[in-house]
Design a protein around this ligand. Sequence first.
Ligand SMILES: Cc1ncc(COP(=O)(O)O)c(C=O)c1O
Length: 347
Amino acid sequence: MSYFRDNIEAMQAYVPGEQPAGLARIIKLNTNENPYPPSPAVARALAEFSADALRVYPDPRVGTFVRAVSDVLGVDREMIQAANGSDNLLVMIARAALQAGRSVAYPGPTFPFYETQARIADAKILEVPFEPEYSFPLQGLIDAAASVTFVANPNSPTGTTASVQQLETLAESLRGVGLLVVDEAYVDFADATAVKLPSRYENVIVLRTLSKGYSLAGLRLGYAVAQPGALEQLWKTKEIYNVGMLADQLGAAAFRDQEYMQANVAKIKASREKLSTDLQALGWTVWPSQANFILARPPAGDAKGIYETLQADGIFVRYFQHPDLADKLRITIGTEEQNAEFLKRIG
Ligand SMILES: Cc1ncc(COP(=O)(O)O)c(C=O)c1O
């Protein structure tokens, strides 16, 4: 006898990357955080924030932040829903759209939290393998015709992308069939965005986060862009006050400082190209990435051993238990100094 549902008993919990203590002594390249601090506007907003304000509940609509997103992106406020990180939005979407008898599709390998949500909902899972060199399996996802299709774009852990045209074709094919969730967690480091698709497709939800480009992983803030009819359904599934006041204020300050975010992104993109070239010179295979990390295969394929040796040395990278990834590592782009230290240890 179990007090819990059969599918919860049967599933594995999501395994996050390590968050070790003693950050000053380690090099943390395992969970795709930004190595640079958030905008100085965030520190100013924090200094100006009065603790007295916390006595009452926050604005359930997260209005200050949503206004900032609307102003900067030129997207209607009614098409924006904020949440406690984009993972919170993934949970809300699963609650709203999945149940036993419905199906979830995603290209594989990808962000494992999609599978977690599908298992909680007891939905059928259709993992569609990427085409060679991790090119986007458009036809496979069309054929899957799932109730919810998750596409991380850029994808994690591969760093590869689908084109906006491919996503539009998929959205069109899934019309009247299911939702297309385009998870743009890493879009700030990419060349293109699907953020305009929801205005034309009622079945598309685009997710964004402040955890990566804006250096605010610890704040927990993300948002969805979708048509008001879709957001109305998501709204019913949310925790009552899922975003605190601090996140509302600090997130708005960060989002309005696009110039600072773009400057950090430019540095990270330059470091991404340098690290890729340096690894290739050491005989590693590196897949072209549009994110703030790279997927790389060491010459002998001994990824797990390298991961363990590096970790014992205080350098954290990510190793995944997925058949396709056993010989690869995902390495977050750090500062130039951190990347150089990583290269020194593996060289
Ligand atoms: C593809 C993808 N989506 C969503 C998330 C979750 O981001 P957030 O910090 O907004 O919950 C991550 C986190 O690493 C991710 O890799």
